[in-house]
Write a protein that binds this ligand. Structure first.
Ligand code: ADP
Ligand code: TYD
Length: 213
């Protein structure tokens, strides 16, 4: 049975970059790794709707925090069987964003904290009701909001990728960073490790701690 490892953090924190480094590091240690990312924009109709909503194409849908969260949750519900099959076949299933993204962004939008009603609602929906697999380890890639915003802006300029509704809201990103810190401190759904994303990180100590065979 493989381990379900999740990378969480703000938009532009460097999650995609960390996923690549971890994948390479794990492969070098002989581990079989498969990676994925949520939302699955090009694979799932709910994720497609999320993209449309975040770019202003679904009217007032984005006004509803619960409505948006249900779409993200349905994307993961439809991926659950594949995640389970991958866990049978691989040593590590590495995901860029997962259930905690719904908890952090939704609670931040509602100005709640990690011990509030919304985070409990996400767990009840995704874990208890939908049976989406629980993570084994969650990695919070922690960077100051300004750094994440700069990186997201840089990527927008270099990759011609327009920032979406959440990405362009600095206050939301600040509140979201606070909820992420609380989720990590509470070890919500699994143990969490916090990685300092300001500096050039080294994944080897983390791999030594969790992935020695
Ligand atoms: N440790 C780092 N130092 C400097 N720039 C970084 C670092 N990690 C990522 N970046 C750059 O920041 C931008 C956003 O990184 P990315 O991995 O796409 O973030 P995310 O997936 O969290 O949105 C990219 O242009 C990437 O090259
Ligand atoms: C996966 C997920 C993402 N989000 C938010 C975080 C991001 O601001 C936004 C888009 O996800 P993101 O991973 O940033 O997609 P991309 O960078 O490829 O556009 O959705 C949730 O609110 N809940 C979720 O369950």
């Amino acid at each position: 049975m493989g381990k379900l490892v999740v990378i969480e953090g703000l938009d532009g924190a460097g999650k995609r970059t960390l996923a690549k480094a971890l994948t390479d590091g794990l492969a070098a240690r002989g581990a079989k790794v498969v990676t994925g990312a949520f939302p699955r924009y090009d694979e799932d109709v709910h994720a497609e709707l999320v993209r449309d909503a975040l770019h202003g194409r679904l009217g007032d849908l984005t006004d509803s925090v619960h409505g948006m969260s249900v779409l993200y949750a349905l994307d993961r519900r439809d991926a659950a069987a594949k995640i389970r099959a991958d866990l049978d076949q691989y040593d590590v299933v590495l995901l860029d964003r997962y259930i905690a993204s719904n908890a952090a962004y939704g609670a931040a939008r509602l100005r709640q904290h990690a011990d509030g009603e919304f985070v409990a609602w996400v767990k009840a929906l995704e874990v208890d009701r939908f049976g989406t697999p629980m993570p084994d380890l969650q990695l919070l890639l922690r960077v100051p909001v300004a750094v994440a915003a700069d990186r997201a802006a840089h990527r927008e300029a270099t990759e011609q990728r327009e920032r979406d509704l959440y990405e362009s809201d600095d206050d939301l990103q600040s509140r979201c960073a606070a909820v992420y810190d609380e989720l990590a401190a509470a070890h919500w759904l699994s143990p969490w490790e916090v990685i300092d994303g300001r500096v050039e990180w080294d994944v080897e100590p983390l791999l030594d701690r969790y992935f020695t065979r």
